[in-house]
Each structure stands twice: as C-alpha cells, then as structure tokens.
Design a protein around this ligand. Structure first.
Ligand code: E4P
Length: 214
C-alpha cells in the first residue's frame, strides 16, 4: 500500500515528501478553502514538487461542466488526477476523461456498488471514505474489504484509495484489507512513525553509550 497525503497545505506536503514515503497527494474543496491562495496556483506549486498523482476536485455538478473544468485542471500538469464526485453526472464525466486519457479519482464512495460503477466508467481510482462511514455507525473498513474482493474477482484494475482516515489503526487495517493507497492527513502520517518503545529504546542505547567504559 502506498501513502498519499490528504492536504492542500504546501508546507505539509514538502515535510511529508522529505520523509521519503510519499507517493501522491489528494485535495478536496474543503482542504483548498483553508488555504489563502488560488486553487490553480496551489496545484502548480504542488505539482512542481510532487511527481506522483495529485488529485484536484471539480466543483461543477453537471457532466459537461465537470468535463470542461477537469480538462483545465489536467492542463496544469501531467500528474493531475481529476477528482469527481460519485454521481451519475460524475461518472459520465469519468467516462469522457477516461476516453481522453485523463486519470480520475471518484470520491465520496460509500458503497461497493458505487465503487463498481465508478470502475466500469473507467475510474483510475475510487476513494471510499472510512471515517465518515464510522461516524454514522457503519464499518468503513468492511467497505474496503468488499471493494477489494469485487475488484479481485472481476479483474478490475481501478485502484482503491482508503480516504477519510482518522487514526493509525485505519491505516494498518486498510493495508491488510487490500487498499492500494491510503490518503492520510499530515498529523496521522506523523503518528505512524511513533512508538513509545522506539523512543525508550533510543534513550537507553544513548544512555548506555554515554556510560561506556573508556
Ligand atoms: C479524500 O480524498 C478526502 O479528501 C478526505 O480523505 C476526506 O476526509 P474527511 O472525511 O476527514 O474530510
């Protein structure tokens, strides 16, 4: 499973890149709204430092408008993935992007049927939202397993991005259940590195080294 970072904040992206584990970036309108900069300018900045997939979401809701918007986004850099909401119009747009060779990420996926429809429309990625399903009392991780089983059974190449990740256990479980990618907030990415026994171990090694017989 690869790691994407789920943010539009350039400092967080640069920090995550410097850790050497980052394969891509996802943004959404809420994340972009937190930044005080034009969306296209931020995408130019992100794609100048990230070579992997950078998801940029359309705001339009009608297929023809999504297609125009997505084409403009795709012009920014070759690694832009156009992110499209899971609606009938969204999937019409995904089909058009797929025919044009533009990569897509179908977002706001909350059921296996939605994921299968998105894949059949030609989506490069589907993004099931774990945390938001957990929030309403459904097991988001079970959805990853269902989509993974279906895609495996039917030889579907669309990749699963585990999204709406809230904590490190989501990451471990998403990997075990077959997600190809987890898109993770910066805070959770940092949490993955830490374990109290690692910190204690470093302290003990250093203390023993400093007390060694000369
Ligand atoms: C995925 O692409 C979305 O940007 C994101 O994971 C949504 O997460 P949230 O439910 O924490 O807003």
């Amino acid at each position: 499973m690869q790691f994407f970072i789920d943010t539009a904040n350039l400092d967080e992206i640069k920090e995550a890149l410097s850790l050497g584990v980052l394969s891509g970036v996802t943004t959404n309108p809420s994340l972009v709204a937190k930044e005080n900069i034009s969306f296209h300018d931020r995408l130019r900045e992100i794609t100048s430092v990230v070579s992997g997939s950078v998801s940029a979401e359309v705001i339009s809701l009608k297929a023809d408008e999504m297609i125009e918007e997505g084409k403009e986004l795709a012009k920014i850099a070759p690694n832009i993935t156009v992110k499209v909401p899971m609606t009938p119009d969204g999937l019409k747009a995904v089909k058009a992007f797929s025919d044009l060779g533009i990569k897509t990420n179908v977002t706001l996926v909350f059921s296996a049927n939605q994921a299968l429809l998105a894949a059949r429309a030609g989506a490069t990625y589907v993004s099931p939202f774990l945390g938001r399903l957990d929030d309403i009392g459904q097991n988001g991780l079970d959805l990853i397993s269902e989509i993974n089983d279906i895609f495996y059974l039917h030889n579907i190449e669309t990749e699963i991005i585990a999204a709406s990740i809230r904590h490190p256990m989501h990451v471990t479980e998403a990997a075990m259940r077959g997600a190809h990618i987890a898109t993770i907030p910066y805070k959770v990415l940092l949490q993955l590195f830490h374990h109290p026994l690692t910190d204690q171990g470093i302290e003990k090694f250093l203390a023993d080294w400093n007390n060694r017989k000369q």
